[in-house]
Design a protein around this ligand. Structure first.
Ligand SMILES: Cc1ncc(COP(=O)(O)O)c(C=O)c1O
Length: 452
């Protein structure tokens, strides 16, 4: 259709199985290790904090995993999500590129996060848990898990990174509306939090610290499990509905993407969009995958690929990933969801194998891009999403310069309705661009365990 803006799927076209990239990887993934023995971790050891249904998915080599009907029933509250052609942005940029975005901001909590939150709440409920404990950075993940727990009758305890708790009071209220309990982290409710506060009473918090607090609660209470919003294989698996729908939508209009872009914090929204396109790339289609991260937390572009802990208190198994060191506390940039020292092992592996590129951008140029997007396409992006938009615009400008008409696809991972304080600072020109000093990165890496 001439001038078409949205490509929609009907509810019957919702994917009924998740795509698992494991059997299609360019090389076998390195197993998670027990930090004590440095040997591959026994799945049973994870049962203390995760349900078996998710532990099985974490290591599964099965390419397609059926989505249970109860999860599909909830996905239908907002899925399938629209795929948009950003025609007004294209016009503003005078680019011959065709820009597409998958709009994950239409979920009730406002981002891609409920795709996995609903699945995780389902498996925990099925295995008899009463409560889930988790961390949240920007508040998007905490909102998503609060939303999902409420639908399954589970309690939800959220450790919210203190700087976000202060910057985003309305995210907190959103979580409360869905019935969750929210605690600013570091807190005095856990051993891990008290330890951090003793060393630095003003600590702004980090995802690594909040994860330690939530894991401690799960590990010390039988009725409580832990839930992680990114990084792990099963989370990336659940997010594959994003890319599967996008493939079906692009097929309807006879398109295939040349470039696939997404912001990366722990890697889940980007993996969700990109992984279902990976078999096409492996079969020879020239698709470029670009993961975008903040300059202030440059995990993929400046962190080495090695085994590290997923949290500050060293309670998780060791994961082979790009890392800035589990002790790294990133500056207070506004994309709270991108302030994580590690990266999903599956994304890390693809970057290391050369199948995926990584670019780091500063927050002011990201907000420049977000404002242009809001003024052309109408939707106000989350600061995390703004990073993906920055690189999308840069690629589209390159097309203008070369005259190439590429199809550029990005994931619109969330809206920024609760991030307007950050926009206020941007308009007041008081947002700082941080580049993490190399010496401090090296310092944080000193404590990364040696694994032969
Ligand atoms: C809107 C949005 N996009 C992206 C991210 C980054 O997380 P991930 O890399 O797991 O998608 C977050 C995390 O909170 C988020 O809220």
């Amino acid at each position: 259709m001439e001038g078409q803006v949205k490509v929609l799927l009907n509810e019957r076209e919702l994917p009924t199985a998740w795509y698992n990239i494991m059997p299609d990887l360019p090389e076998p993934p390195a197993p998670p290790l027990n930090p004590g023995t440095k040997q591959p971790i026994e799945p049973a050891a994870l049962l203390r904090i995760f349900p078996m249904g998710l532990i099985e998915q974490e290591a599964s080599q099965q390419r397609w995993i059926d989505i249970p009907g109860e999860i599909l029933d909830i996905y239908r509250l907002w899925r399938p999500t629209p795929l948009h052609r950003a025609r007004r942005l294209e016009e503003a940029l005078k680019t011959p590129a065709r820009i597409y975005f998958k709009n994950e901001s239409v979920s009730p909590p406002g981002s891609h996060k409920p795709n996995t939150a609903v699945a995780q709440a389902y498996y925990n409920k099925k295995e008899g848990k009463r409560r889930l404990a988790t961390e949240t950075g920007a508040g998007q993940w905490g909102s998503a898990l609060s939303f999902a727990c409420n639908l399954f009758g589970l309690e939800c305890l959220v450790y919210m990174v203190k700087v976000s708790y202060q910057q985003k009071p309305y995210r907190k209220l959103m979580m409360q509306t869905w019935g969750a309990t929210i605690i600013p982290s570091p807190s005095d409710t856990t051993h891990a939090g008290r330890g951090i506060l003793a060393g630095d009473p003003q600590c702004p918090g980090s995802l690594g610290i909040a994860i330690s607090e939530a894991i401690e609660v799960a590990a010390t209470n039988d009725d409580t499990n832990y839930s992680l919003g990114s990084v792990l294989n099963h989370v990336l698996l659940h997010q594959s509905v994003v890319g599967l729908e996008t493939k079906a939508q692009l097929a309807k209009i006879g398109e295939t993407p040349d470039v696939v872009i997404g912001c990366v914090g722990g890697g889940s929204n980007y993996a969700g969009l990109a992984f279902p396109f990976y078999p096409d790339k492996a079969a020879g289609k020239p698709i470029r995958f670009i993961a975008v991260e903040p300059m202030a937390c440059p995990t993929l572009t400046r962190g080495p690929y090695r085994y590290d802990f997923g949290d500050t208190a060293k309670t998780t198994p060791l994961l082979k990933m790009h890392t800035l060191g589990h002790g790294f506390v990133p500056p207070k940039i506004h994309a709270g969801g991108l302030r994580y020292h590690g990266m999903a092992p599956l994304i890390s592996l693809l970057v290391k194998a050369g199948a995926m590129e990584a670019i780091a951008v500063h927050q002011n140029p990201a907000f420049d891009a977000a404002v242009l997007f809001a003024r052309t396409e109408g939707i106000i992006p989350a600061p995390e999403t703004a990073h993906a938009i920055r690189v999308t615009i840069d690629e589209a400008i390159k097309c203008r310069e070369t005259g190439q008409s590429k199809a550029i696809l990005f994931n619109f991972s969330g809206h920024g309705h609760f991030d307007l304080a950050a926009y206020e600072q941007y308009f007041a020109k008081s947002l700082e661009d941080y580049e993490y000093p190399e010496a401090m990165i090296q310092e944080a890496l000193k404590d990364v365990p040696a694994v032969p």
